[in-house]
Design a protein around this ligand. Structure first.
Ligand SMILES: NC(=O)C1=CN([C@@H]2O[C@H](COP(=O)(O)OP(=O)(O)OC[C@H]3O[C@@H](n4cnc5c(N)ncnc54)[C@H](O)[C@@H]3O)[C@@H](O)[C@H]2O)C=CC1
Ligand SMILES: O=C(O)CCC(=O)C(=O)O
Length: 429
């Protein structure tokens, strides 16, 4: 049973402080019912687990895992699992809150959750990571479930991780119940109940949002120069679709460093190179290494942060030359940096809209598992585009109607949907 103790308001600087400031800003503008504000500004449930795992050399290590469930007024909790040294309770709280706003904005029947394990996966073998994931799943027990809380991939987790979770979770159920639990996680490999298109869904969604934005501004993406921070699932697929549209990748940053070429970096070749180079972009042909601190000041049209939170700060925001920031990552821009950017006329497609293609496709996977259906790739991508376009239009319209930036508009839509749910249920008329 998860402890029911509710968390106090954000006190630390960082992602939690950021998401709380974003929430309070929108809640003030719509004069959110004070009772509903009390519910939304804290998390429903928080689980912290310490679990032992035997390493390849026989040593036992104890790991710390988290799952924070922020809100489920609109449906089961939903959100990814991150394996990274920066994962802690505040990071999980912040990321869980963003999931609540994201699923609400997308019109999905979900709430928000997030979690993960505090570790550096590059230090462990594949079989160690499998054992860590399986023990974590046992530790989470029935605090996750197909109609309760549905994890998915995030930083340093992938379809394989989801398949281990599925297999472990199913093994705890009676044989006749097992196949009814396929939708306990999404982002699974195709052979293990995954959906066509989930691999590319987040990056495709980032790309589509950029395309909708460009079409709204009556500009074309051909020959536009873009930079990407993070060349993992989200960064790679975003770059893939932008390149297909005729845009030019001029710099990339990952955890190992930063490379640039103003004449363009070939996305598919870079992807193949990273696969053969332990995931690193460094040393790729025809590129110049540059200092990571200079990444955001590179001359370009579009900047796509697709790695970790709080990357665009008060320090580097004034140096950014891009006129559009498309947030592939969750929480990449801190609130003070955003003020600087908006003041100088930079547009920002906010994370809860820009990267929502992933969770929308997860919803499609969940529906397919639940209903015993298998959809074709084109069907998935068409449905995804339709949903994303609806969200984008709503955000643009609200932003114009209320004369607010796109993030504030997105938060207003998300919070108002939750407010309506509480009010209509008669809990807080
Ligand atoms: N995978 C998904 O479907 C979704 C992911 N996101 C968000 O997108 C972001 C990236 O996630 P994924 O692509 O799934 O992760 P990933 O694990 O596939 O890739 C992460 C990338 O970020 C780079 N990176 C890590 N630390 C860095 C640093 N300090 N500086 C620069 N680069 C760094 C890594 O080298 C790697 O290229 C995260 O913020 C995640 O929450 C958002 C929605 C859905
Ligand atoms: O696909 C999902 O359920 C959630 C993905 C995620 O963690 C996110 O959107 O940040």
């Amino acid at each position: 049973m998860i402890a029911k103790e509710k968390v106090v308001k954000a006190t630390k600087q960082g992602m939690l402080d950021n998401v709380m400031r974003q929430f309070n800003n929108a809640a003030d503008i719509i004069d959110l019912n004070s009772n509903i504000r009390k519910i939304l500004e804290i998390t429903n449930n928080e689980l912290v687990v310490h679990f032992p795992v035997k390493m390849d050399n026989g040593e036992v290590k104890v790991f710390t895992g988290y799952r924070v469930q922020h809100n489920n007024a609109l449906g089961p909790y939903k959100g990814g699992l991150r394996y990274h040294p920066t994962v802690d309770i505040d990071a999980a709280r912040a990321l869980a809150m963003w999931m609540t706003w994201k699923t609400s904005l997308a019109g999905l029947p979900y709430g928000g959750a997030k979690g993960g394990i505090q570790l550096d996966p590059s230090k462990y073998s594949s079989s160690e990571l499998e054992r860590i994931t399986r023990r974590f799943t046992y530790a989470l027990g029935d605090n996750i479930g197909p109609e309760l809380d549905i994890p998915a991939p995030d930083v340093n987790t992938n379809p394989q991780t989801m398949a281990w979770i599925l297999d472990t979770y199913m093994s705890t159920k009676a044989p006749a119940e097992r196949s009814k639990n396929m939708h306990v996680v999404t982002g699974k490999p195709l052979g293990a109940g995954g959906s066509e298109g989930r691999d590319r869904a987040t990056g495709y969604g980032v790309f589509l949002n950029i395309k909708f934005w460009a079409s709204d501004k009556k500009i074309t993406l051909k020959d536009k120069r873009f930079i990407v921070q993070g060349f993992g699932n989200v960064g790679y697929w975003t770059a893939h679709f932008l390149e297909k549209e005729g845009a030019k990748l001029v710099a990339v940053q990952d955890q190992f460093g930063c490379i640039s070429n103003e004449n363009g970096i070939a996305v598919e070749q870079l992807f193949d190179y990273t696969k053969a180079n332990n995931g690193s972009i460094l040393g790729f042909t025809n590129t110049t290494p540059i200092a990571s601190k200079d990444f955001f000041s590179i001359d370009c049209d579009i900047c796509i942060p697709a790695a970790l939170g709080n990357q665009i700060t008060e320090e580097n925001a004034p140096l950014i030359k891009a006129y559009l920031i498309a947030e592939g990552a969750n929480g990449p821009t801190d609130v003070n940096a955003e003020k600087i950017l908006l003041k100088k006329g930079t547009d920002i497609i906010p994370d809860i809209l820009c990267n929502s293609g992933g969770v929308i496709c997860s919803y499609f996977e969940w529906l397919q598992n639940r209903n015993g259906e298998i959809w074709q790739l084109n069907e998935v991508l068409e449905k995804l585009e339709k949903k994303l376009e609806e969200s984008f239009r709503k955000v643009i319209e609200t932003s114009r109607k209320k004369d607010v930036d796109m993030r504030t508009a997105a938060f207003i839509i998300a919070i108002e949907r939750l407010e309506l749910a509480y009010v209509q249920r008669g809990i807080f008329p």
